[in-house]
Design a protein around this ligand. Sequence first.
Ligand SMILES: Cc1cc2nc3c(=O)[nH]c(=O)nc-3n(C[C@H](O)[C@H](O)[C@H](O)COP(=O)(O)OP(=O)(O)OC[C@H]3O[C@@H](n4cnc5c(N)ncnc54)[C@H](O)[C@@H]3O)c2cc1C
Length: 227
Amino acid sequence: MDDTTAHQIPSESGAASNPAASDSPGTAPNAAASDSPAASPGPRTDRTRIRRHADRAVPERVDEFLRTGLIAHVACTDDGEPRVIPFLYHYEAGHIYLHGSPGNATLRLLRDGRSAAVAVTKIVDLIASKTAADHSANYRSVVAYGRGRQIADLAEKRRILDAMTARYFPGRLASTDYAPAADEDLARMDLIDVEIDEASAKMREGGPIGPHDSEPDFPGSAFVRSV
Ligand SMILES: Cc1cc2nc3c(=O)[nH]c(=O)nc-3n(C[C@H](O)[C@H](O)[C@H](O)COP(=O)(O)OP(=O)(O)OC[C@H]3O[C@@H](n4cnc5c(N)ncnc54)[C@H](O)[C@@H]3O)c2cc1C
């Protein structure tokens, strides 16, 4: 399986049968959006240069993938040790917002400007191939790097939480569709703004591309399964 099992197979989908497509040739980041302001974060340094299958880099879609994603896996270090936790999130103009109880360990760590890495991933299709190494998935993903900051202002918290609710439930309005949060609830909740320094986006599209997938007489099956 490509991408998803890079530790097992030293190639992404098609790389085994099409080595020319497998690696990034360049040294510069995949930087189509790199000069954009923070409102549209893109790759800026070598840290966000996509190396494997650079042809799948879509830096111009960072903003779109973050606006439409559902789950953010948020990583930071705690006493030098890595930690990662899944969150619902809100995204606006280069900022990822995370909320939870003040006891939440990740939010507590991110209050003080600590670095965070955030991955937002969507699997669109599963790709079955006639060859083991060419099983794959169609996906859209962003990896973003930034720093956390605690938001204390209640009005700002309210605005962001209402916007987050509307992002997950388009058209849903506070006071019309649900009771607005009480000030005490907002005060008890932790809200962290991760301002993105730089981000990359990558996607795979298409069907099976194994060397035998278009040979009807070759044993096995190849197909796309939407998820
Ligand atoms: C899709 C999704 C969305 C979520 N959205 C939010 C959100 O918006 N806000 C929020 O506060 N919480 C959210 N959660 C819950 C969140 O993942 C944590 O479980 C929660 O924040 C509790 O953190 P903690 O400080 O108690 O645990 P931590 O001290 O952060 O974690 C301690 C250990 O518990 C384990 N652990 C913690 N959470 C999980 C988990 N989800 N799955 C498996 N193991 C875990 C890990 O081994 C971790 O090292 C979400 C979970 C999921 C799956």
